[in-house]
Design a protein around this ligand. Structure first.
Ligand code: SF4
Ligand code: FES
Length: 253
């Protein structure tokens, strides 16, 4: 490959018409892909090619393309969000691959994330877990106390902010052999559990969110830690321990 020629790649892409249909891996060739292009730009090129050939483009989720929204869920060569640490698929660049490579591209695979089409899965279960308790009820009448007037230990504030960086992408579920959602749920519980504003509903929050997580069909945590390794935002397993403590406190109170 010369710099001007770009990468020639074989893509094995999961195609599926819906959760009730059987899917299969289809093979496509793309050529002259710039190593500087992003993975999603490479997918755009594939789709333009398919449209030119009169074929149906590959459905995949994306929005911000900046690592913020958590939409770009793709399992690439057996890794959630592909190679590279603490990045989402939209932040992955083609320079991570070599000319002549074969790349396998699949959707998140979990019972609680049914395939809508091709690489797009339904992550509505995450929304329903949030609706079960991932909120704080605060007075917004105009008499609200200025948040900066409430003293918060710096270590707790830092940990709460770290937990709040979870973008709800679902990579933790996709990479877990049990399809457990514990890392996600624990981040969403921790961002409130560490702050005074989260204390009001603390008793019900962990119980309601964990019960909803189980009801949605996510698996149990067996402490393999794969979720932490693949999480694009570096959410720590320490949050799961905190979630378990919050759940216990809520269950016995
Ligand atoms: S914990 Fe990490 S991997 Fe899981 S949803 Fe949040 S950001 Fe994504
Ligand atoms: S498209 Fe928003 S995080 Fe990737």
């Amino acid at each position: 490959m010369s710099a001007s020629e770009g990468l020639n790649l074989t893509l094995k892409v999961w195609r599926q018409n819906g959760s009730k249909e059987k899917g299969s891996m289809e093979t496509y060739q793309v050529s002259n892909i710039s190593p500087d292009s992003s993975f999603l730009e490479m997918m755009d090129i594939l789709n333009e090619q398919l449209i030119d050939e009169g074929k149906e483009p590959v459905a995949f989720d994306h929005d911000c393309r900046e690592g913020i929204c958590g939409m770009c869920s793709m399992f690439i060569n057996g890794e959630a969000h592909g190679p590279g640490e603490q990045i989402t698929t939209c932040q992955l660049h083609m320079r991570e691959f070599k000319d002549g490579d074969t790349i396998h591209i699949e959707p998140w695979r979990a019972k609680a994330f049914p395939v809508i089409k091709d690489l797009v899965v339904d992550r509505g279960a995450f929304d329903r877990i949030m609706a079960a308790g991932g909120f704080v009820s605060v007075n917004t009448s105009g008499n609200t106390q200025d948040a900066n007037a409430i003293p918060i230990d710096k270590h707790d504030a830092d940990k709460a902010f770290d937990a709040a960086t979870c973008i709800g992408c679902g990579a933790c579920v996709a990479t877990c052999k049990n399809a457990s959602a514990m890392l996600f749920v624990s981040a969403k519980i921790s961002q409130f559990a560490l702050l005074p504003q989260g204390k009001v509903e603390a008793r019900e929050r962990a119980v309601n969110m964990v019960n909803k997580m189980d009801e949605e069909g996510f698996g149990n945590c067996t402490n393999t830690g794969a979720c932490e390794v693949e999480c694009p935002k570096g959410i720590s397993l320490e949050n799961i321990a905190r979630m378990n403590r919050e759940y216990l406190k809520g269950s016995i109170s």
